[in-house]
Structures are given as structure tokens and as C-alpha cells.
Design a protein around this ligand. Structure first.
Ligand code: SF4
Length: 251
């Protein structure tokens, strides 16, 4: 008994008590900041491997950004990334960060569906679909349920079957081979259903955008409830985004 208590004390508190107030290390690349310094905007745009840098006016699209850091290394006077991890939103336009915009990314309350609270309340079951993912996002989403992040304490759980799910979380750029299985999985979830895109590849295709091996047409036919940027997503970004989505609907 004494030994068990010593081990318990040695481990300390492993879970993050307040997931909305975590101070991540400075090296974490979260929300981008763009200064008003004058640079060669075309050179910056050409440098970006995914077309996330948009010139005149200068912007970074977090839905396309793979957070490689190349822009911040090449133009440190212009670009930097801060450790703000609360970057999920339900409004695709809010992922586009403009020059001199230092405000936090938030959800658009007008786009949150009332059914989210009405039907799911404090319990949300999600089915994750890896639609051509490379496992990094999938691993981070798995980590949401580990002892550190402990997402289930908020009533959010992963389930194995879409029949048991309230919504799906899509990762990966959606390869041609996964387009039909993804649609079948979506259709197996009862109405109303939540759709979350987790990670840059799911949001825009990432470095695979425009590849003939992708078939992303399914996304044009459904409503997206939450965009979670990151490459891969951070568990705190995902959990805070989902919690905010539920709160904004009146929780
Ligand atoms: S960090 Fe993002 S915006 Fe900057 S070069 Fe990489 S992908 Fe482009």
C-alpha cells in the first residue's frame, strides 16, 4: 500500500486540469502573425510549398499551411508563429490570417447549428475516418483520449462504428480509393450529424492538393461544422475546438 502511494506521488498529476489555459513551449507553431514589414511578397508566396501564403494583401491560410516554418526562417521580420493552439473554427474564412491581425481565432456563432446542443448535449460520440491520412493526425487524435488530455471527461469519445456515432472526424487528403468508403461511413451516421475536418490535408489537401489521386468532391455535398488546422493537429486544438463548438451552441 505504502509503495503504491509512493508510486502515485512520484507520478504526480498527469492530466491537464484546464485544457483551455495551457502554456505550450515557444517552439510550438500555432497561430501565425504577419507584421507590416516590407518584403518581396511574390518571393514569399513562391517559397510556400502549399500556396498558403497569399500576397497583396499578405495573408496566411491556415487551412493550407503545413506549419513547416520556411516562411518564418526566410522572412523572420515578416512572419512568426506563436504558441496559441486555439485555432479551430467553423468558418473557413477565419483560418485566413491577415497582416497585422493579432486577434485570436474564434468560432462564428451564426454558423453553429442549434441541433448540436439539442441532440448531443454533454455527450458526443465521434467516428474517425482516415481518408488517405499518413497517421500523424490519427495519432494525435488518439492522444486526445490518453491520460494527459483525457477528452472523455468532457463527454467526447471515439466510437468504432458510425452507427454509434454522432458525427465523423475526417483526416487525410481524401484519396480516390477512400472517397466512396468515406461517403458510406457518413451516410451510416444518423441525422443530425457533425462533420469535422482535422488537419491541413483534410481541410485543403495540404501538400497533395490538386493531385489526380485525390477525390474531394464529397466535401462539396456536406456541411462542415468544424475546421481544425495543424499538420498534424494538436490534441489541445481539437479538444478546445469541439468544446467551443458545443459551448457556442448554448452549453
Ligand atoms: S509555415 Fe505555412 S505559410 Fe509558411 S512556408 Fe510553411 S506552409 Fe507556407
Amino acid at each position: 500500500m505504502i509503495e503504491s502511494l509512493k508510486i502515485w506521488q512520484h507520478h504526480g498529476r498527469q492530466f491537464i486540469f484546464d485544457v483551455s489555459q495551457v502554456n505550450l513551449p515557444e517552439v510550438f507553431r500555432g497561430r501565425p502573425l504577419i507584421s507590416n514589414a516590407t518584403i518581396d511578397e511574390d518571393a514569399a508566396a513562391d517559397l510556400c510549398p502549399t500556396g498558403a501564403i497569399l500576397p497583396r494583401p499578405m495573408r496566411i491560410d491556415m487551412g493550407k499551411c503545413i506549419f513547416c516554418g520556411e516562411c518564418a526562417w526566410a522572412f523572420p521580420e515578416k512572419f512568426k508563429f506563436v504558441n496559441d493552439y486555439k485555432t479551430a473554427t467553423n468558418d473557413r474564412q477565419r483560418l485566413v490570417i491577415a497582416e497585422e491581425n493579432h486577434t485570436a481565432v474564434t468560432l462564428n456563432p451564426e454558423l453553429v447549428r442549434a441541433e448540436i446542443k439539442k441532440y448531443f448535449g454533454n455527450s458526443l460520440k465521434l467516428r474517425q475516418v482516415s481518408a488517405g491520412g499518413e497517421n500523424s493526425n490519427e495519432m494525435e487524435l488518439n492522444a486526445c483520449s490518453n491520460v494527459n488530455f483525457d477528452m472523455s471527461r468532457f463527454g467526447i469519445d471515439w466510437v468504432a462504428s458510425p452507427r454509434h456515432a454522432d458525427g465523423i472526424v475526417i483526416t487525410g487528403a481524401i484519396s480516390e480509393n477512400m472517397a466512396e468508403p468515406l461517403k458510406i461511413c457518413y451516410e451510416a451516421v444518423a441525422h443530425p450529424k457533425i462533420v469535422i475536418l482535422a488537419g491541413t490535408e483534410a481541410i485543403s489537401g495540404g501538400i497533395f492538393a490538386g493531385s489526380p489521386a485525390l477525390n474531394r468532391s464529397f466535401l462539396d455535398t456536406i456541411r462542415i461544422d468544424l475546421y481544425v488546422p495543424g499538420n498534424p493537429v494538436h490534441p489541445l486544438t481539437f479538444i478546445n475546438g469541439v468544446l467551443e463548438m458545443m459551448r457556442r451552441s448554448g452549453l
